[in-house]
Design a protein around this ligand. Sequence first.
Ligand code: GH3
Ligand code: MG
Ligand code: MG
Ligand code: MG
Length: 298
Amino acid sequence: MSKARILIVDDERLNINVMISILSEDYELVIAKSGEQALKRVAAQAPDLILLDISMPDMDGYTVFERIGEMTGGKRIPIIFITAMRSPEEEIKGLKMGAVDYITKPFTPSIVEVRVANQIEAKRNRDELERLNRTDALTGIANRRRFDEYIMLQRESIVRSEAALSIIMIDIDHFKQFNDCYGHGAGDDCLKRVATALASKLDRTTDFIARYGGEEFVVILPATDSEGAAQCAERLCEAVAELEIAHDESGTCGHVTASFGVATLLPEQREVSVEDLLEWADQALYQAKTSGRNQFHI
Ligand code: GH3
Ligand code: MG
Ligand code: MG
Ligand code: MG
């Protein structure tokens, strides 16, 4: 497991050196000596935890706290105030703002060590839950929830990027018979293998695949026109057939196959919604099914 990254924000070198001596062995440390620097470091390095001084000349810790909150939105980074301000009012204010902890100076190093470790552990647990919440448990690829987020992001960015956005709806052919023939366990194995094969054929880092429902998958191809999407669909179609998973009643080639529906949204089609795009892909998929399966349609 890689070391967690902690951002230390303090205007005094001496304080920073103390924190380094306590934490440098167990964590990757990033240092900022002012609020402005802290904001830059947060944007560039996405720390797992921030230790934030309150009294600083250019921008105080409370302001830094708020600015970081605005920058990171929902994905809030845990922040511990470490400060010489010892009054209960200050501590209450810091905690009410949403700081995960409040440590007053002078502090006992070993106590800081434990409190930091606890917050890092909590952050790891939250991140893992977050990941599971967006992952399909059977196949390990993204789930429907993650798909909904990603497609909305891409729908928004198309306005700026002026590039086409394509999606491919995928449905395994005669999968009910496959389950009936070979059993539900074999069906699950088949879904895993198909998901892995499909994912391995996507080549851009922005390409995305999710399990859409039972034996349905969906691919998102940002900055891809219908020609590019058709090429991709053909490659995916071959990839499923080439697994050569036996299926006596496939109706096609004796192997498990899938059908594909491609739809493309052009940048000038401002009024078209994500739902419309999905509907187009569904219609194309239906065409592929009625035209004999094991193929794609646009
Ligand atoms: P078509 O070629 O028209 O798509 O036929 P089909 O049999 O694939 O379509 P249908 O939608 O009628 O059946 C889908 C089947 O997929 C039904 C269900 O038993 C199976 N299925 C859905 N989710 C799972 C799953 O998680 N595991 C397994 N083993 N089977 C699943
Ligand atoms: Mg200070
Ligand atoms: Mg289906
Ligand atoms: Mg099916």
